[in-house]
Design a protein around this ligand. Structure first.
Ligand SMILES: [Zn+2]
Length: 261
């Protein structure tokens, strides 16, 4: 029997193909969203993931007895009194208002945390894009124009329309739910899964910033007003591409991720 020379390299053997990397779909879509808001004159702002109870709840007019403050809904930090993993990117609103004077025009994308069990539509960790525009004459009309402009560009549908319905959120008054015309069927399919045949998709909650929130941010509500919104980033990407399970974003499933590169 001949001995195999272990140092010998078979130069005729096929090589191992290197896997090509790419940008994660969340990052890719987030950059697109940021670019659109930049083109609309919005600055990109950032904030910490670990936040004080005061900024995460009090300054945003969330009452002391609100269920969101419960241990079951929020991750409280052990050994650090009155500190949470932020439950929404609205904390950046407060931080920005305290350090800047109006006019303000920002979006704050980032990771948020909720202490809840996960399923196809819920994750304990997900991303939000907060928007805030404050000035002397900022109105609901500006709010609708910005959201409509953004959605038309992001979904590449120039005839897309929006509608507002009343909604309640402690940090805005009045509050709205914003729906866009169904980008799956355009409102023509009674069996459409995206809009359940209604022709509208609920996409962004928001409203006119509550005077108490402006005050907590050091802004005089008699002089200034504005709007704020908080959109779920995964939710919009899922609707756009027909992704059925939110957990696909964070579970390292390369089969899903590869489709975006
Ligand atoms: Zn539809």
């Amino acid at each position: 029997m001949t001995q195999v020379n272990k140092t010998m390299v078979d130069v005729t053997a096929p090589g191992v193909k290197a896997q090509k990397g790419g940008v994660h779909p969340l990052t890719k879509e987030l950059r697109r969203m940021e670019n659109i808001f930049s083109s609309l004159g919005f600055e990109i702002a950032d904030g910490p993931w670990i936040e004080t109870e005061e900024i995460n709840f009090d300054a945003l007019n969330v009452p002391k007895n609100h269920p969101a403050r419960d241990m079951q809904d929020t991750f409280w930090i052990k050994n650090l009194e009155n500190t949470v993993l932020r439950t929404q990117t609205s904390d950046v609103q407060v931080r920005y208002m305290r350090n800047n004077k109006p006019p303000i025009r920002i979006v704050a994308p980032g990771r948020v945390f909720r202490n809840e069990s996960t399923d196809a539509r819920h994750e304990a960790e997900f991303h939000q894009m907060e928007g805030l525009m404050i000035g002397k004459n900022v109105s609901v009309a500006n709010f609708k124009a910005v959201i409509e402009g953004f959605m038309r560009k992001y979904l590449e549908k120039s005839n897309l329309e929006i509608r507002t319905r009343p909604g309640y959120f402690p940090f805005v008054e009045p509050g709205f739910e914003i729906d866009v015309t169904c980008f799956g069927c355009g409102g023509s399919d009674k069996k459409c899964q995206l809009c359940s045949g209604t022709g509208w998709v609920e996409i962004i909650p928001g409203g006119i910033v509550h005077p108490k929130v402006l005050e907590a941010g050091g802004i005089d509500p008699k002089k200034y007003q504005g709007f704020a919104f908080g959109m779920g980033i995964e939710r919009i990407i899922m609707a756009k591409y027909g992704i059925k399970d939110i957990r696909d974003f964070l579970n390292s499933n390369t089969e899903m991720i590869k489709q975006f590169n």
